[in-house]
Design a protein around this ligand. Structure first.
Ligand code: IVH
Length: 677
């Protein structure tokens, strides 16, 4: 060997050593980042090392193996996915929908089990809403990955599986089993799911009904580069066969040790009562999770017992899925009703065959607007997917086109307002279609309804039906006309007794005492909800002050953006609206704060709840501040709570507020709101 060659070989040796070092380091970094959520190096460092490895691998292709960190993406698009038979079949689970089903399941398996029951009987896991995968490792290296399919054969989607960063390409153990199958759930994180649907909406593509559909759609992408962009994730929950553990909890620990991401919320439970508590906790808290879950999987923890109990033809006797109330369901579209709102916006509403969703019966669901409707290509008679998540109003998210009956007819959005018959306009830059007839009886009815609503002037007995009648009679052409109504007039109406007439007049009369904040909200200026009205009323203690405010002044208020400011200016500059204000003032309504009494304070009629410790104010100082502004301090968060003031280490009250969608305030915002800064 001459000197030159020797130097070259030294060089190669050094490169090889460095290559393995880099692989090890990048594996560790990826595991820390994707599985443990505890990054050990900056993204830039990772990229730099990754490029260095790529460079080395280009020079020495003989060292590139399938488990190198560079081998996650880059597979060429497939024509189709080959099918593969799972070495051990993947079973599915029976479902339970309530505690009675759970008791029945427990009775069934306990009849077959004659022996003593162990202390840690069950393990509860979240049922992740995604797609089951089977991953085959040989000598610790990922060889293939497949969908569950029918449980016996699935589709081999290895190239796509490799793009999931929380799936190790090599098991982190010195002594891997010769062969092992890992089972778990691939899923799209909730923010990715939302973003994906938003992008699809912008492109006019049909939306994914739920994270599972989105995950399945993604994994069945033929181009792994597309899959890599979607940031799928994976929780491992089981092993096909071939490992030496005695319980499901040990299995989960082993999977984590091997480098998989396991769900952190699994919990061993002694009995059904504990299982029930787990179920109820997560039925509440699941909205906060960054991934979808549709139930709790309850498993007998001991593997010996599992083996003894065995399987029925399709599912294990030792496990069951206790489903959360469904959030999506399929219904038939019977028709579309178009509703006119108080700003003239036309909202199409689907009339459906009834479905049970999230614990309630649903037979109407919003279709949002004409644009959404066009994207869905809706036909009357279509089978549609309806979703009701948490507090959200039910919506139609998907049309099942394959199920469209031959006689279904395409739905045409109206070109004229269904209430007044005037032509509608499509607002530029907006998805909304609007009736711009200032005297549209439908719009007027909704304005009256809003004026009388609980958070506005709070006039009991003046709902949609009564408002409709008053408009029909021609007695009320603007909310100011309400204050000219007489008892005799109302009592003359068909089906209106003297008592209800008197009650409504009394309610209208009382509404004259409502503070400026509520009047402002009741006016129904676009984008001005209760919170914004309170903010504006604090900074501009009278309608005149607000009318005279310029854009700059409005935008200077924290929480008031240019869109709101613009809407306020437009409303107050309008001559008809100015005339309305003059008449309301004449009718005796408060168009300014009464500086003396707190009955018209910025928080008058509002209920606030305090939680956590505030940075500057003590609890009693905060309470005094709120009461000076006319507000009340409530002890617990309910649907009637107007604001929750949140400090450090806020607890359950904060969670409840978020769940109920109640606006939150910091100490600084509270101080600004009461104007005592
Ligand atoms: S155990 C034999 N655990 O639910 C045991 N399944 O119908 C079978 N799933 O196909 C599965 N999270 O896609 C199990 N923690 C979990 C799960 C889970 C989601 C899915 C899985 C399976 C389906 C059961």
């Amino acid at each position: 060997m001459d000197g030159q060659q020797g130097a070259l070989e030294n060089h190669a040796e050094r490169d090889e050593k460095r290559l393995w070092e880099l692989r090890e380091l990048l594996h560790k970094a990826a595991h820390a980042y994707y599985v443990l959520d505890q990054p050990i190096m900056a993204d830039e460092t990772y990229d730099q090392l990754y490029r260095e490895l790529l460079d080395l691998e280009q020079r020495y292709p003989q060292w590139v193996t399938p488990d190198s960190p560079t081998q996650r993406v880059g597979g060429a698009p497939s024509q189709e996915f080959p099918s593969i038979t799972h070495p051990t079949p993947l079973y599915s689970l029976d479902n339970a929908f309530d505690l009675a089903d759970m008791r029945a399941w427990q009775d069934r398996w306990q009849k077959l089990w004659g022996e003593k029951l162990p202390e840690d009987l069950y393990i509860c896991e979240l049922k992740i809403d995604g797609l089951a995968l089977n991953l085959f490792y040989e000598q610790g290296v990922l060889v293939w990955g497949a969908t569950r399919g029918d449980g016996v054969t699935g589709e081999e989607i290895t190239a796509n599986v490799r793009t999931i960063r929380s799936i190790p390409l090599r098991l982190q153990t010195r002594q891997p089993p010769a062969q092992v199958e890992i089972r778990g759930e691939a899923f799209l994180p909730q923010p990715v799911f939302r973003q994906l649907n938003q992008e699809r909406q912008e492109r006019g593509e049909p939306l994914f009904a739920n994270p599972r559909n989105a995950a399945a759609g993604t994994l069945r992408q033929l181009d792994p580069r597309v899959v890599a962009q979607r940031r799928l994730d994976f929780f491992a929950y089981g092993v096909g066969r071939g490992v030496d553990v005695t319980s499901q909890s040990e299995t989960l620990a082993l999977l984590a040790e091997w480098g998989f991401r396991t769900n952190p919320h699994s919990q061993v439970c002694a009995d059904l009562a504990q299982v029930q508590r787990y179920y109820e906790t997560w039925a509440q808290k699941r909205q906060e999770l960054p991934y979808g879950t549709d139930g709790v999987v309850v498993k007998v923890n001991d593997l010996g017992m599992q083996t003894a109990l065995g399987f029925t033809h399709k599912s294990p006797r030792w496990a069951i899925a206790w489903k959360f109330p469904a959030e999506t369901g399929v219904a038939t579209l019977l028709g579309v009703t178009v509703q006119v709102g108080r700003t003239g916006t036309l909202t199409p509403v689907a009339e459906l065959t009834p479905v049970r969703l999230a614990g309630t019966q649903v037979s109407r669901a919003t279709l949002h607007n004409n644009q959404r409707l066009q994207e869905l290509d809706l036909h009357i008679g279509d089978r549609v997917v309806v979703r009701k998540a948490g507090e959200i109003i039910p919506e139609v998210v998907q049309v099942l086109r394959e199920l469209r009956p031959a006689e279904a007819v395409a739905y045409q959005f109206p070109t004229h307002c269904p209430e007044c018959g005037e032509p509608v306009v499509q607002v530029a830059q907006e998805a909304a279609t609007r009736c711009i007839n200032r005297h549209c009886p439908g719009v007027l009815r909704e304005q009256i309804n809003h004026w009388a609503s609980r958070d506005a002037l709070d006039i009991r007995g003046l709902g949609g039906k009564a408002a409709q009648k008053l408009v029909e009679m021609g007695w009320v052409k603007s909310v100011a006309d309400l204050y000219d109504l007489t008892e005799a007039q109302l009592a003359s109406l068909e089906r209106w007794g003297a008592k209800s007439a008197a009650n409504l007049i009394a309610g209208i009369d009382r509404s004259r005492q409502q503070p400026w904040t509520r009047v402002l909200y009741g006016l129904g200026v676009r984008h001005v909800g209760t919170g914004t009205a309170a903010l504006l009323a604090t900074h501009f203690p009278s309608a005149t002050r607000l009318r005279d405010a310029d854009l700059e002044e409005l935008c200077a208020i924290p929480g008031i953006g240019s869109e709101i400011a613009q809407a306020v200016q437009t409303w107050f500059a309008d001559a008809e609206n100015q005339a309305l204000l003059a008449r309301l003032a004449q009718a005796g309504l408060h168009l300014s704060h009464d500086p003396g009494g707190n009955a018209t304070g910025p928080l008058s009629g509002k209920i606030l709840v305090l939680t956590g410790s505030l940075p500057n104010l003590t609890r009693s100082q905060a309470k005094a501040l709120i009461e000076r502004a006319g507000g009340k301090v409530g002890s617990s968060v309910t649907a009637r709570t107007d604001y929750v003031v949140v400090g450090e280490e806020a607890g359950a009250k904060l969670e409840k507020a978020v769940a109920l969608g109640i606006p939150l305030l910091s100490e600084a915002e509270l101080v600004a709101l009461v104007g005592e800064g």
